[in-house]
Design a protein around this ligand. Structure first.
Ligand code: CA
Length: 225
């Protein structure tokens, strides 16, 4: 899961990043509204946005309005320092899916984010299940044919994305952004290496290469359906 965090308070931003990292989110951080809007309108593939409403250059509320005007349905969790009920209502009206008033507990932020992501994926149960593999997002426990499987953080990120969208073909660029965000110096074969490990730890055709395009996790065979 890739999250865009837009927050101009550097210590709060680094606190949120630190808190989300063990949950295996890839968090990219921007500190002003104008840059955030550029990232959104350029179609960067984020699964959710944590958006401070009080931002320099372009106010968070304006970012929110513009993102929704562009037709994006990305889940947005608004952060507001302003305790006024008016602001929260305006934020929700402008298209935020949920909001948190500062100061907040990191545990609450995590819970709200999880709920937001679950809702956006239309999952009634949070357990992902496909082709004999189960993945429980809150605990990140993976089992294959009922036996536990140990995966690295990045392998988990990839597997969760594939399992959330069986049948969808992902380009290598999309997967690289998902796993590494805007980190630089990513080895050009990094995604291949992670997929190789997933095949070894699960089964050989768990993720299939689509020549010239990328990778896909096939849906369960039709005859089984
Ligand atoms: Ca702020």
């Amino acid at each position: 899961m890739r999250i865009l965090l837009v927050e101009d308070d550097p210590s709060l931003a680094s606190g949120i990043r630190l808190a989300l990292k063990p949950e295996h989110y890839t968090v990219d951080h921007l500190s002003d509204g104008a840059t955030a809007l550029d990232a959104r309108t350029e179609g960067e593939p984020f699964d959710a946005v944590i958006l401070d409403l009080g931002l320099p250059r372009l106010d968070g509320m304006e970012v929110l309005n513009a993102v929704r005007r562009h037709g994006s349905h990305v889940p947005i969790l608004a952060l507001t320092a302003r305790d006024a009920v008016d602001n929260r209502i305006a934020g929700l009206d402008a298209g935020a899916d949920d909001y948190l008033t500062k100061p907040f507990e990191v545990a609450e932020l995590k819970a709200r984010l999880r709920a937001l992501l679950r809702r956006s994926q239309g999952q009634t149960s949070s357990l992902l299940s496909c082709r004999g593999i189960t993945l429980d997002p809150p605990t990140l426990h993976v089992r294959y044919q009922d036996a536990p499987v140990t995966l690295s953080r990045r392998e988990l990120t990839l597997l969760q994305e594939f399992m959330s969208h069986p049948g969808r073909v992902f380009t290598r660029d999309t997967l690289t952004r998902l796993v590494y965000g805007w980190e630089e110096d990513v080895e050009s074969n990094a995604i291949e290496v992670h997929i190789h490990h997933l095949r070894r730890k699960l089964f050989s055709d768990v993720i299939r290469a689509v020549r010239g395009i990328g990778y896909v996790m096939d849906k369960p065979a039709k005859e089984e359906a």
